[in-house]
Design a protein around this ligand. Structure first.
Ligand SMILES: CSC[C@H]1O[C@@H](n2cnc3c(O)ncnc32)[C@H](O)[C@@H]1O
Ligand SMILES: [Zn+2]
Length: 433
């Protein structure tokens, strides 16, 4: 017999951005929505109370380094290059797989508590990341991040091979909730011959590619100087841009690059908080969307954000998008929310981002009963400009409840926090020894 879950008595955000009074009936075994409509709760095996709430598609955080929660607040107020080379990379050199497990579990608690049901992660010790995701119950597109600058040929080769080995080994883990990608860090931190090899092998293995692109002017100038073309054109020459490729940031991307990205169907993951904090710049989000570039939303790591609340990102994206375009109508609420849901699902190549019969049952219930959400003229406006991650009451992924009444079911939250605190302190002590 089918195991069913009814998300009952709430309002539901439809794919057309209408808000309707309805229950959502879920096939918990198949992990899909059976029906959206009135009075579906009576026949269900289990009920999730959505009264006074809005049922939304689960959010997709399309660019993250989850275990960097361990470095939250460790090195603030620095620009990207100094931050990475003088602070972050020396500490990351001392990371152990156990550290990464502890930091990732903390990230998962934070993600689930803010309604995220899928994320992309570029980091190390990906087996640990995958095991944590399996336990948490959400979806992820995971990859081993490759950096070859400063490495000899043997070490660079080993890094690249690890990226492909991880992609093959872990794809489909956690009953298919874990998918993989190969993840060269960026065009300036991985050698060109290895980037070209990555593109060839990824195409043959049918595995997506994810990398940082045009985050700062320092990632643009060396490419233009050396190759005489913009970074997106160079990435395309290397064969890196396809419709399953997704790139992070795209801040310093010019109109000629919009055309390349749009033509290839490559998604850009906008990370507004990280871009503001590291003073990287303002991504031309509305211009990219107008040119047909698919745009998703990400937090980047917690060390450059400093949290993993995608509702913060929604607000930042709408605000910064207007500033970048010098137009208050740019990146409106519906546009921003699409980036955090259907746009993220498209970037990650997963079926998510909408609540409809047959779709994956990945959703969150946002409590509307709060002073900062009163009055309720426009709930899509609220989702982008006023809701906070802490307003999420329940999170459901793959038809299973992963947070009920703000209790993340897979983890003992206090224990996760304590473990992360201990690992963070010991890690920094080791690195600074
Ligand atoms: C090789 S694993 C991923 C690598 O990326 C680093 N990282 C974190 N945030 C950023 C960012 O905004 N731009 C570029 N690189 C970043 C992280 O520390 C890991 O070393
Ligand atoms: Zn990043």
């Amino acid at each position: 017999m089918t195991d069913t879950l009814a998300v009952a008595d709430g309002l539901v955000l439809t794919p057309a951005f209408d808000v309707v009074e309805a229950d959502v009936l879920v096939d918990a075994d198949a992990g899909t929505v059976i029906e959206v409509g009135p009075d579906l709760a009576a026949a269900a095996d289990e009920t999730l109370d959505a009264a006074g709430g809005l049922v939304i598609p689960g959010l997709v955080n399309a660019h993250c380094h989850a275990a960097m929660t361990l470095l939250r607040g460790y090195a603030d107020d620095e620009p990207l290059d100094t931050w990475l080379r003088e602070h972050v990379w020396p500490v990351e050199a001392a990371l152990t797989p156990d550290d990464i497990r502890a930091g990732t579990e903390l990230a998962l608690v934070e993600l689930i508590r803010s309604g995220v049901t899928a994320f992309a992660d570029m980091y190390f010790a990906v087996e640990e990341v995958a095991a944590a995701v399996e336990a948490a119950g959400i979806r992820a597109r995971l990859g081993h991040g490759v950096v070859t600058v400063g490495k000899d040929d043997e070490a660079a080769r080993a890094d690249l091979e690890e990226s492909f080995a991880v992609a093959e080994r872990l794809d489909g883990a956690a009953d298919g909730r874990v998918r993989t990608a190969v993840m060269p860090h960026s065009l300036t931190t991985v050698a060109d011959d290895l980037l070209a090899e990555t593109a060839d092998r990824a195409r043959d293995a049918d595995v997506p590619i994810h990398f940082h692109l045009n985050e700062t002017p320092d990632e643009v100038a060396p490419i233009v100087d050396e190759h005489g073309v913009r970074p997106s054109a160079h990435a395309d020459e290397l064969g890196l841009l396809t419709d399953s490729t997704f790139v992070a940031h795209g801040v310093h991307t010019d109109p000629s690059e919009f055309d390349v990205l749009a033509e290839r169907g490559t998604s850009v993951v906008h990370c507004p908080a990280s871009n503001m904090k590291l003073a990287s710049g303002m991504a031309p989000v509305q211009a990219m969307l107008d040119a047909g570039v698919p745009v998703a939303l990400g937090t980047d790591g917690a060390a450059s954000n400093n949290d993993l609340d995608l509702f913060d990102e929604l607000r930042d994206a709408a605000m910064l998008g207007k500033l970048a375009a010098d137009d208050a109508a740019a990146v409106d609420a519906e546009t921003a929310f699409r980036m955090a849901t259907a746009g993220g699902a498209e970037a990650l190549g997963i079926d998510a981002g909408r609540i409809a019969a047959g779709a994956n049952a990945d959703l969150a219930v946002v409590d509307l009963d709060a002073p900062h959400l009163t009055p309720a003229h426009d709930l899509v406006s609220h989702l982008v400009y006023a809701v906070r991650g802490s307003d999420v009451r329940h999170t459901v992924c793959d038809g299973r409840v992963v947070m009920r009444d703000r209790d993340v079911l897979a983890f003992d939250e206090a224990a996760v926090r304590e473990r992360a605190q201990e690992h963070a302190v010991a890690l920094v002590a080791r690195a600074e020894e």
